[in-house]
Design a protein around this ligand. Structure first.
Ligand code: SF4
Ligand code: SF4
Length: 175
């Protein structure tokens, strides 16, 4: 059964809809009511997995107040945060922010984060970097480091405790 099937049986949640639309307005995006389902967001979406529940359908779910199944869906974690849906929307609705809100609601309700998110958060808090510094493979199949490529070292926080406190303060702010 797809998430769309599930939501066809769902009950609207007016409070959750208002909360997410308030988030959009605070960010100077427009509420889901402005969406006229042109699907420009979906046509530029970079997340193949997310296309199981396309961004314009996510907005449609919000318009109808069907939030629970969206929050419970693994699909919300597959957005690559490329921001194309925000850039492409002629109505300034920003499906990406709806996905962020759905993720926040999922965490608030005690849902477990996908493992890759936990690893990313630990890496950011520990080093300021999303992931370990990567090597690249050249066309000649040689493995090159940043140093070998003549790239400068990435800067990392000099005071990790202070950095972590700053990150947590930002994280606690209401968007
Ligand atoms: S691009 Fe904007 S108006 Fe068009 S479907 Fe997506 S959210 Fe709605
Ligand atoms: S930000 Fe997410 S939902 Fe929006 S286009 Fe990119 S991958 Fe798709």
């Amino acid at each position: 059964m797809t998430i769309t099937d599930l939501t066809s049986m769902g009950e609207p949640q007016a409070d959750a809809r208002a909360e997410i639309n308030d988030r959009l307005k605070r960010l100077q995006d427009h509420a889901s009511d402005y969406c006229y389902q042109c699907a420009k967001c979906t046509s530029g979406c970079e997340a193949h997995k997310l296309l199981e529940l396309e961004p314009h359908k996510i907005v449609a779910l919000l318009k109808r107040g069907l939030i629970t199944e969206l929050v419970n869906s693994d699909v919300i974690w597959t957005c690559m945060t490329c921001m194309k849906c925000r850039e492409r929307c002629p109505q300034q609705v920003a499906p990406i922010e709806i996905l962020f809100a759905a993720k926040n609601l999922a965490v608030q309700s005690g849902k477990e984060l996908p493992g890759k998110y936990t690893a990313m958060l630990q890496s950011i808090l520990g080093t300021g970097l999303l992931q370990e510094v990567q090597t690249v493979t050249t066309a000649a199949n040689a493995t090159m480091t940043r140093d070998q490529l003549g790239l400068p070292p990435l800067s990392v926080p000099s005071d990790v405790a202070k950095f972590q406190a700053s990150i947590m303060a930002i994280a606690m702010q209401k968007p």
